[in-house]
Design a protein around this ligand. Structure first.
Ligand code: KG4
Ligand code: ZN
Length: 354
């Protein structure tokens, strides 16, 4: 351990009434640092987005993302502490996303967090980014307690999970190929909407109809999903029309794709919730910002007596507050306590605790 009395220090923090965690997030194209009290109360959550920079390239360029994290991170820390009206001395522990994500981007946050922890003698907590997304629900819904069913829908992951407690979750089903967000981004590119694809499809779909039958699941997937067949069907449809020099009905394509990606997934998560005997579904990850998903799943939940919870839009996409939140629950449960050898990892299994 980088200092001898860390276990004693952690025990002391665990007994405190109020615990302040600094959360650092750099896994993709947002540099974000937040201060969160007791895992639930956000004192600050500064997000410096690189969207404008990557729009020029039509997607996130890993090398460019890393360089921009390096440029932004010190100021993001300053702003975050200023907004919380705190100094580093007031912070009890430092939580950082160590995976999953772009390794170069993650390394910036991990190195920065290690430096801070070492220089200030504070515990360092390693956070699994996907578990961070789910924790956004603890911030948004103050009385929410596990267990419940979770639906994770992000750019890199799609899964239905049983969230057993604050640190353990079991995968019920996951995607066999692409993540749902990846499919949104690819379809947006193919129809010429560009980056960032998800929000653009969301907006465009509202003006279209679900009138093109792209693809039907074979019904053998159980709780697993597949998005590559749907994505390929959209690509083939667009290419065929383009070759014939016919007009491409972008709005109807967006609406049909969105409905056909979202509806089967919602049916599965509701089925899982009933079969596993839960009354609550919590949704997490960037795609949980999607307006059709929010509406459709809420209504389906209502029909089945299931409460469906989403974080507010600003906590759906990547942010430091969700990392500080899960960092708190990790710390309280002695999970993810890291040392100076903490490394960035591009992919982590869902059920990894820390
Ligand atoms: O969770 P996130 O910010 O990053 C990862 O951890 O992957 O998710 C990013 C994904 C992208 O694929 C983006 O297109 C998608 O979330 N997304 C959306 C919306 N907002 C973001 N997808 C559909 N509708 C949206 N409104
Ligand atoms: Zn994310």
């Amino acid at each position: 351990m980088y200092f001898d009395n860390i276990q004693k220090k952690i025990k002391g923090i665990q007994k405190k009434k109020d615990v302040l965690i600094l959360g650092i997030e750099t896994s993709c194209d947002e540099t974000s640092i937040a201060v969160v009290k007791n895992g639930r109360d956000v004192l600050s959550n500064i997000v410096s987005s690189q969207i404008e920079i990557h729009t020029r390239f039509g997607g996130v360029v890993p090398e460019v993302a890393s360089r921009n994290h390096i440029e932004a991170i010190s100021n993001v820390l300053k702003e975050s502490l200023n907004e919380a009206k705190l100094t580093l001395d007031d912070i009890h522990a430092i939580a950082v996303t160590y995976g999953a994500g772009l390794v170069g981007a993650l390394m910036v946050g991990v190195s920065f967090a290690k430096g801070l922890a070492y220089a200030t003698n504070k515990p360092l907590i390693a956070v699994n980014h996907i578990r961070g997304h789910m924790s956004a629900n603890y911030i948004a819904h103050k009385d929410l307690k596990p267990p419940f069913i979770g639906l994770i829908v992000s750019g890199g992951h799609t899964a239905i999970v049983e969230v057993k407690d604050y640190v353990n979750q079991v995968v019920i089903g996951s995607t066999l190929d692409d993540a749902i967000g990846e499919a949104f981004d690819k379809v947006a590119r193919v129809v010429g909407l560009g980056y960032p694809g998800g929000p653009k499809i969301d907006k465009c779909a509202k003006q279209g109809k679900n009138c093109i039958r792209f693809y039907k699941e074979n019904g053998k997937l159980g709780y697993n999903s597949s998005f590559s067949g749907l994505k390929t069907a959209v690509i083939n449809y667009v290419n065929t029309l383009s070759q014939k020099k016919r007009e491409v009905p972008i709005r109807d394509i967006c609406c049909s794709f969105e409905c056909q990606a979202i509806e089967p997934l919602c049916a599965k998560v509701v089925k899982a919730c009933r079969e596993y005997n839960y009354q609550t579904i919590c949704v997490a990850g960037g795609v949980s910002a999607n307006s059709y998903l929010r509406k459709y799943l809420t209504e389906l939940g209502d029909k089945n007596g299931i409460k469906v919870l989403f974080p507010p839009i600003e906590l759906c996409t990547d942010n430091g507050a969700m990392i500080a939140s899960i960092g708190y629950f990790n710390l309280m449960n002695n999970v993810g306590i890291a040392d100076m050898d903490l490394d960035a990892v591009s992919s982590i299994p869902f059920d990894t605790t820390k």
